[in-house]
Design a protein around this ligand. Structure first.
Ligand code: SAH
Length: 506
């Protein structure tokens, strides 16, 4: 195979990650992440966005929490070096808010230009506008504000600088919490009315959002009393009053629930559905997806499963979504389709697996009343002597087999896919340590997670929410002590269980 000239792949996307709500990443930003080989991300860029690039190498270059201080020059050099490495890589540089609003993105772009590396700028939603918006404060309003200015509290210019802004209606102050008293005093000294409404929004657009409201005269003290710190945007202007009418995000029913602002680790597989993550995000959780297992092709490439399926008459047992996915990839690779299943009866282990079948136009002939291998084995409406074929991974447990054989129903198994352990990368592991609750959808996830225990991290101490009674049992066996079980086999029920787990119930 011939390769394109290697240097052609070196490319840098400078991406504005938005203010915190992961939904505020642009489609173009998402696209760039999906195609990145390496992602360099910041303290202010929500690490949840890394879910768009599960296979990319990630490097944290934030200044906060980074043991050695990394200078802007070092970051610029790192971007260039990373893009040039390995004959050229696609680098996604994720920056909080917008790339060019006090983001030093200009310098990073210059470094690329100087090194002759192709780059693109993907503007982001700046916190200067979004944090007020999530606090119900529009930066302009036809009746009260026709202009706004974004300024940094890090400047030493003070008074003279503020006088130049005297005609601007709304001021948006970034990086200004620490010096808020001086800045407010300077603004008053430069002629702004001390009674001008002012509000400070911390962690805007996230479920940790906190807002303090006062006047230019009082805001520094109000912020101090409320204990607000960086990152925060302070809005000065009449528009602040509109919050009384327009407050929406931080009084919505989903705001401040038990999961709000909490990290919920969703243990899952790389290709699995993130529907649970969406449900949890809807309840305000910061979701950390932790791929603990990875699916590979069966050791024999699926030949055994195909052979077993050929001419099979009887019940085909599907005990996971992955089995359905793997089955269809296998059929597809063999030039077959759903018609290859025309002569079998389909049994799904639970409603979710049944749904996976339904998505492919197939109705499960049987789903047990309670999801789980044991119930499937006990309830399958098969006659004694009838055959069953279980297409599953190499890790299949014997439960189903035992339950069926106890009823004199024939049982055959063939390896359809392999489940391999996958350890989370360093960044994920670091965040996993702070998770308030872990969700487990399978016993094997529980066992894989238990194996991550080491000297400074014991996942077994973290509360877990288990998808069903069998998963809960497996979790307890693996050593988890704080296990809450979902009442039914639905994502909402699992999210409820996560809430109970966070509250310390069991
Ligand atoms: N490029 C970024 C700003 C980087 S400077 C942007 O466009 O938003 C860092 C400052 O941004 C912080 O000190 C704080 O003032 C502000 N900031 C970033 N994210 C924020 C958030 N979620 N809520 C409030 N302020 C935020």
């Amino acid at each position: 195979m011939t390769q394109a000239p290697t240097s052609s792949r070196a490319f840098v996307s400078l991406i504005g990650a938005g203010p915190g709500d992961p939904g505020l990443l642009t489609l173009r930003g998402q696209h760039a992440l999906q195609h990145a080989d390496v992602v360099l991300f910041d303290y202010l860029a929500n690490p949840e966005l890394l879910r768009w690039c599960p296979d990319a190498h990630t490097i944290y270059v934030g200044k906060k929490g980074f043991s050695e201080y990394i200078t802007q020059e070092q970051i610029n050099a790192l971007i260039v070096r990373t893009a040039q490495e390995g004959g050229g890589q696609r680098v996604a540089r994720l920056k909080g808010g917008d790339v060019f609003v006090f983001g030093r993105g200009g310098e990073e772009a210059e470094a690329c230009a100087l090194a002759g590396i192709g780059f693109e700028i993907v503007p982001g939603v700046t916190s200067a506008i979004a944090a007020p918006a999530y606090a119900g404060i529009p930066v302009t309003h036809r009746d009260v504000a026709r202009s706004f200015a974004v300024l940094t509290g890090n400047t030493k210019e003070g008074g003279a600088h503020y006088e130049r802004l005297s005609g601007v209606d709304t001021l948006l102050l970034l990086m200004g919490v620490r010096n808020l008293d001086t800045i407010a005093a300077d603004l008053i000294a430069s002629g702004r009315d001390p009674q001008t409404p002012a509000a400070t929004v911390q962690w805007g657009s996230t479920h940790q959002q906190r807002v303090a409201v006062g006047t230019l005269e009082t805001i520094a003290q109000v912020v101090k009393d409320a204990g607000l710190e960086a990152p925060a945007v302070t809005v000065v202007g009449e528009v602040v009053k509109l919050r009384e009418k327009l407050r929406w995000f931080d009084n919505a029913p989903t705001f401040g629930g038990p999961l709000a602002g909490k990290t919920v680790a969703v243990t899952r597989t790389r290709d699995g559905s993130s529907a649970l993550s969406d449900v949890l995000r809807g309840r305000g959780a910061d979701v950390l997806e932790v791929p603990l297992i990875r699916f590979d092709a069966a050791a024999d490439g699926g030949d055994g499963a195909l052979t077993a399926l050929r001419d099979f008459r009887g019940w085909l047992l599907l005990s996971s979504n992955q089995a359905v996915t793997a089955l269809f990839s296998l059929l597809d690779a063999a030039g077959l389709d759903a018609r290859a299943l025309a002569n079998v009866k389909l049994a799904a282990v639970g409603p979710s697996t049944a749904r996976s079948l339904a998505e492919r136009g197939l109705r499960a002939d049987f789903v047990p009343s309670t999801p789980g291998a044991r119930h499937l084995g006990a309830e399958l409406p098969a006659e004694a002597g009838e055959a069953t074929l279980h297409l599953t991974s190499q890790l299949a447990e014997d439960e189903l087999q035992r339950a069926l054989e106890a009823r004199s129903i024939g049982y055959m198994r063939a390896e359809l896919y392999r489940t391999e352990a996958a350890a989370p990368d360093e960044n994920r592991l670091e965040r996993l340590k702070n998770a308030a609750v872990l969700t487990l959808a399978s016993g094997s996830a529980a066992r894989h997670l238990a194996r991550l225990a080491d000297a400074d991290f014991n996942p077994l101490d973290t509360p877990v929410a288990a998808m069903g009674p069998q998963t809960a049992e497996a979790a307890r066996e693996a050593g988890f002590t704080r296990v809450v079980v979902a009442a039914t086999a639905s994502l909402e029920a699992l999210a409820d269980a996560a809430e109970r787990a966070v509250r310390g119930e069991s």
